[in-house]
Design a protein around this ligand. Sequence first.
Ligand code: ADE
Length: 224
Amino acid sequence: MRIDIISVLPELMESPFQTSILKRAMEKGLAEVHFHNIRDWSTNKHRKVDDEPYGGGAGMIMTIEPLDLCISELKSQRDYDDIIYLTPEGETLNQRIANTLSIKKNLIFLCGHYKGVDQRVRDLHITKEISIGDYVLTGGELAACVLADSVIRLLPGVLNDEQSALTDSFQDNLLSPPIYTRPETYKGLSVPKILLSGNTSAIEDWLHDEAVRVTKERRPDLLE
Ligand code: ADE
């Protein structure tokens, strides 16, 4: 999978991809992430990429030309499955969306800044709009990292068996059950006996029942 991320602040997104599991995914060639600074496509001598809104109002808007030039150049180099704009107005990210995107080959993520992008960029190029939650960030960069992480970890070979994505919260619309590791007892707090029983089918039943209990308690909407 190849992800091209377009932003005014690419440096904000470097470290997540240079660390731990995502870094290994890049090194193994399972994912490629390329950053593009929109200012490189500005035709303005000050590398300006924003302007005041028509109709007035607070905040600046990202102008169409550098974004169109950048996206058109990328599109001329390869076919993209989706061109995604990260915005609070988008569909809220969930595991189903991450699963769907994880089988795509080439994706563009466009990070908004200031008040957002000129509507005509959306009309012209954007095929999907995604929000990472009902709150407003200073820009789409952190949201792009969240989206990329949720997708890249699902690519075959990125996680090893022990980290398998198949047992994640949400993968079957259930939250994770409680989990324990050594020691068996700490300050009088013990691990549930069933987990020490060696009875794998009883353990599986218990884990499933606990997942249902936790989900009912915290996120009953997932069971509807
Ligand atoms: N940009 C600003 N806030 C955002 C959010 N919640 N999700 C995606 N992109 C954003």
